[in-house]
Design a protein around this ligand. Structure first.
Ligand SMILES: CCCCCCCCCCCCC[C@@H](O)CC(=O)SCCNC(=O)CCNC(=O)[C@H](O)C(C)(C)COP(=O)(O)OP(=O)(O)OC[C@H]1O[C@@H](n2cnc3c(N)ncnc32)[C@H](O)[C@@H]1OP(=O)(O)O
Length: 245
């Protein structure tokens, strides 16, 4: 998975550097991105406030996922547009990096937390929810202020430092949640297709989940090192020289 610098990408501000020159992002694209990022910041803020209020009022995490799930599903699914942004080139980040990040989140929301009610009260669900919320409030406000050319340093700092802890914590929450789902999936055979059937195809969701868990081993470091490279570039001004080949 190439880094965005290696792709020649990794830029979505009003003015983009291209081959050493500055390139203006169209007014329409900029306006859309500002709208998108403001909406996403607001959405994740609403989610964060709802979680804090729930915990203060009820004094427990039980029922928290259920109470915030509509907002979570809406805004996390809306993030599919990020892959579109990369694909159409208004945000020059790698489609692959963004695709892995967004699809793993969509998978967690719809095919794990939504589909398996029995695991919704696990502490690990709250762990990834809190981690995602802090990450996304920081990330979308970073993009918004960056597009407006008024980026406070502490937001930039938070964007490129919080992930050092939050990424492994989020991954731990996600993996523990999938792990907690395994016995239920095995017992019920959900989303599985057994032979014989008219399609002559068999699929076992239980083993699929185990493969997904193992796929974190090669994929997560790629995302983490991508962010470390972004951090070096943005906070320390390091230029990553493209290879000729
Ligand atoms: C079907 C089953 C699939 C199962 C797959 C299983 C494998 C899963 C392995 C992966 C595990 C992931 C786990 C994960 O979910 C856990 C967490 O998220 S924990 C929380 C911590 N996470 C993070 O901090 C990362 C959050 N995500 C991201 O940051 C991005 O999604 C990522 C693509 C990883 C990196 O983003 P990007 O490359 O864009 O980096 P930058 O933020 O530095 O941006 C680069 C430039 O692009 C501009 N940009 C990007 N997006 C926008 C936007 N929306 N609006 C405007 N501009 C944008 C940005 O400003 C930068 O421009 P510039 O260089 O000018 O500053």
């Amino acid at each position: 998975m190439a880094s965005s610098e290696e792709d020649g990408g990794g830029n979505g501000s009003v003015e983009e550097k291209e081959n050493g020159k500055k390139r203006s992002l169209g007014a329409l694209a900029t306006a859309w991105l500002i709208f998108y990022n403001v909406a996403m910041t607001a959405g994740w803020l609403v989610l964060g406030i709802a979680m804090v209020r729930f915990y203060i009022q009820k004094g427990t995490h039980r029922g928290l996922f259920r109470s915030v799930q509509k907002t979570l599903k809406f805004f996390q699914t809306f993030a599919l547009l990020e892959v579109v942004h990369c694909a159409v080139g208004i945000v020059r980040t790698s489609v692959l990096v963004t695709g892995v990040q967004v699809s793993s989140r969509i998978f967690m929301v719809w095919f794990i937390a939504h589909s398996i009610k029995q695991i919704q009260n696990e502490e690990s669900v709250i762990l990834f929810l809190v981690v995602w919320t802090v990450t996304e409030i920081t990330r979308y406000s970073f993009y918004t202020f960056n597009l407006l050319n008024h980026l406070p340093y502490f937001i930039k700092w938070a964007r490129y430092n919080f992930f050092i802890i939050l990424y492994p914590a989020g991954v731990a929450g996600e993996l523990l949640t999938i792990y907690a789902a395994l016995p239920y999936v095995k017992k019920t055979g959900m989303f599985s297709l057994r032979l014989p059937n008219k399609y002559n195809v068999s699929f076992d969701y239980y083993y699929f989940l185990i493969i997904v868990m193992f796929s974190y081993i090669p994929l997560f470091p790629q995302l983490y090192f991508h962010m470390l490279r972004q951090r070096r570039k943005v906070l320390h001004g390091e230029v990553i020289v493209e290879k000729d080949d």
